[in-house]
Write a protein that binds this ligand. Sequence first.
Ligand code: NI
Length: 168
Amino acid sequence: MEIIIAPDSRLNQVSKKVEIFDNTVISILNQMLECMYNNKGIGLAAPQVGILKRLVVVDCSDKNNIKKPIKLINPEIIKSSSEISEFEEGCLSLPTQYAKVKRPAEITVKFQNIEGIYCEESFSGIEATCIQHEVDHLDGKLFVDHVSKLKKNIILKKLIKFKKKNKK
Ligand code: NI
């Protein structure tokens, strides 16, 4: 799997709901986790690797601790706290770029597991931020869409340069 770097129109599309829960889905999720760990990320959404399906993986566990992978199929944020928290966000699709983003501090997510069974779970702290960031990807949104237009443009320009430099 290769991570798509912004700006790229594939990152601005709305991903499709997963309807069939077969081995392909399990395999994609496992490959996404591997890709995320290899790139030292804490979250990855399928559109970032060119798959326009509503699939997300997250692992916000401390590096020294045991892995805590979370796999979310068709995640939907059904509740958000009025309390806001701010984190410096980064993204594997926006390498070397960071910005402070404000989001609800606590969320409840409805999603399906690999068997297609509906689940509901609440998240807070960095996990809540990370999941909101990944769900944004499924709707074609990046963290730079939460900052000022000026800042967004500066970051995207830097990424265009970054991509040119890293092209063979
Ligand atoms: Ni991201």
